[in-house]
Design a protein around this ligand. Structure first.
Ligand SMILES: Cc1cc2nc3c(=O)[nH]c(=O)nc-3n(C[C@H](O)[C@H](O)[C@H](O)COP(=O)(O)O)c2cc1C
Length: 135
């Protein structure tokens, strides 16, 4: 199965998750600046929320790579909101991309909030999630 991991990060939290997931799956995590080179059955798209929204680079990636995404798996960090899943659902629907109903979310450090997150337990949980989805 062709699996890819892409991430967008501003302060490093989401890259930690992406790297953990990629390691668990035996692939490399790459930035959303890297387009998908081929049809990808499972895309783990690791993203976050900034001032209440998914970053425009993530939106652009989904739109531009939609034809090569089999199923998009949402992976997110945030300080306050529960996850970016509802925003990703709209984004994926708009681009005609199938979204996995299962997602992974954990807290990400933001200023004085959630120091140390994602932590080791978060990364282990992300790895277990990725393996379960890719089974
Ligand atoms: C500029 C900025 C704006 C943010 N706005 C929100 C927000 O509106 N809601 C929220 O839950 N978290 C917000 N956060 C927290 C981030 O979603 C959280 O720290 C996330 O883990 C950042 O991921 P990154 O380190 O990969 O960039 C914000 C963080 C930054 C840096």
């Amino acid at each position: 199965m062709k699996i890819a991991v892409r991430y967008y990060t501003q302060t490093g939290n989401t890259k930690k998750l992406a790297d953990a997931i990629a390691q668990a799956l035996g692939v490399e995590a790459e930035s959303v600046a890297q387009p998908l080179e081929e049809e990808t059955e499972l895309l783990f798209l690791c993203n976050s929320v900034y001032w209440a929204g998914i970053d425009r680079h993530v939106k652009q990636f989904v739109k531009e790579n939609a034809a090569r995404i089999g199923t998009l798996v949402n992976v997110s960090t945030a300080a306050m909101i529960d996850s970016t899943f509802s925003q990703m659902r709209k984004l994926a629907a708009g681009a005609g991309v199938k979204l996995c109903e299962k997602e992974f979310h954990c807290r990400g450090k933001f200023s004085a909030l959630h120091a140390g997150h994602p932590d080791a337990a978060d990364l282990e949980a992300a790895k277990a999630f990725a393996k379960e989805i890719a089974e």
